[in-house]
Ligand binder design. Sequence first.
Ligand code: TPP
Ligand code: SF4
Length: 305
Amino acid sequence: MATRTTPLTLPEIEYMLPGNRSCTGCGLSIAYRHGLKALGGEVILTVPASCLTVLQGMYPISSMLVPCLNTAFETTAASASGIKAALKALGKDNITVVGWAGDGGTADIGIQSLSGAAERNTDFIYVCYDNEGYMNTGTQRSGSTPYGAFTTTCTMGKMEHKKDMPMIMAAHNIPYVATVTPSHPMDLFDIFKKAKDMYGTRYIHILIPCPPGWGYEPQDTIQMGRMAVQCGMFDLYEIIDGKFNFYGPSQKIADGGERLPVDEYIHAQGRFKGIATEKIVEIQRWVDRKWAIYKENGYCKGGRG
Ligand SMILES: Cc1ncc(C[n+]2csc(CCOP(=O)(O)OP(=O)(O)O)c2C)c(N)n1
Ligand code: SF4
């Protein structure tokens, strides 16, 4: 097993300065900070309309120390492909190109340009930060919003389950797919570091707890990400060249450890307030079925190497 980063070995250098414009307790700010540390300074980002554009701020008062192109909502992967091609034409092979978009910008409007780039195995890292809704514009429903959650565009609770974006990307046979949360920041750092050293389309999916969008107090962000994993609503894994491996708490569950019921996670969040009992039963059924499929596929043994 590769050496794991710890808070003591985490690089001190910062590319995201204090004083950014995200909400208090934003999970995205934790993920972005640690992701950028791992990527290092030789990077160009492309980011569509989203909370991340707000977090970064506008020139000349941006809190970021890395170059970023703000692109149109549906064009993250297309714009990353263009940046990569331009760098290649200039003979600059040492710069990592990263597209970093929300779940709306990824699972919904940006999926076709992402699919095209992945099919071509374009050499870039694509990050989907999944706060499970269109949060920047006031908490609308996305294809990644979980079943039963209330949003401003599904006021009776969402009727459909979440789109499985990491597995959709894995079906493109790209070299690297990984899932993580900001509640596991050292794993997040290591995943970005690993992705940086690979060639081809690398996809990282980050579940982002979001206090205003999910309806919980800002100090509970870390706990919210942990609970999502402990109850199996969100799972931590890597797929390297088609080989699937759980890691961390998800590996413990896969090895026979306890998976908590979804109730506590659901009841901790205002977006599920007033949800009918039968809908919680349906969410539990969805999680159980997902884990049964992991088992059938032989994923429930071994860990991250
Ligand atoms: C073509 C287009 N449609 C709609 C918008 C308005 N818009 C800007 S940000 C946003 C929501 C983005 O959601 P997501 O990608 O999930 O990121 P988040 O806001 O949650 O960070 C929308 C709908 C836009 N900029 N362009
Ligand atoms: S709405 Fe959510 S994701 Fe967006 S900045 Fe605020 S806490 Fe972060």
